[in-house]
Design a binder for this molecule. Sequence first.
Ligand SMILES: CC(C)(COP(=O)(O)OP(=O)(O)OC[C@H]1O[C@@H](n2cnc3c(N)ncnc32)[C@H](O)[C@@H]1OP(=O)(O)O)[C@@H](O)C(=O)NCCC(=O)NCCS
Length: 192
Amino acid sequence: MTQPIPFKIIPLTIEDLPAAAAIETAAYATHPPQRDYQRELNSDLAHYLALRVLFTTLYDSPSDSSLAKLVGVAGFWLLADEIHVVTIAVEPHWKGLGLGEWLFIALLEAGQAAGGQIATLEVRPSNRSALSLYRKYGFEETGRRKAYYPDNEDALILTTPPLADPAYQAFLAAQKIELRQKLSKIEIDQFL
Ligand SMILES: CC(C)(COP(=O)(O)OP(=O)(O)OC[C@H]1O[C@@H](n2cnc3c(N)ncnc32)[C@H](O)[C@@H]1OP(=O)(O)O)[C@@H](O)C(=O)NCCC(=O)NCCS
């Protein structure tokens, strides 16, 4: 039996939009992305996920999301067979616990379920934590966009190998088992 964890990942809804925008503003240290979430949620190409924490009283009734707090958001566009990651952000108090990685795995799985075969994204060369996460998941540099960001920083273009590759799938499955164990040990009450 899989270990229960007090987190769940479900599609982002219209009701989540203010909280999702606030998380992005807080999470991105500089220059949070400007996003028309409302429009994105109405697009067939865009897919957004919400990471919620279930506080102790709700732990046994995870179907009730009304009191579950949004602590992370991730999104991708599916362009033909390419999963283009457009955002991943964890609320600053919840960073460094494994949640960004948990959300990222869910994004890759959702992208694959939607028909994606590889994943690609742009990232600032200065964004060490995100770069480290992406490299851990097999993303490699495949290009660079000069002065891509509004402050003129370049963007690195990173791309995965084919996600359906059995070795990659085995890697993802092993990471999920390890992470679930890690997340099951988080003492949620200390964040109340
Ligand atoms: C990137 C982000 C989502 C990671 O979420 P997180 O919950 O803090 O990360 P996790 O605890 O799940 O860590 C997963 C991996 O990310 C990397 N990472 C996370 N924090 C890091 C840090 N402070 N320094 C270096 N690497 C870090 C590591 O590879 C880590 O794996 P490890 O634990 O085996 O070392 C989060 O830092 C964030 O919201 N950043 C701001 C938004 C952003 O820049 N998004 C990316 C846009 S391209």
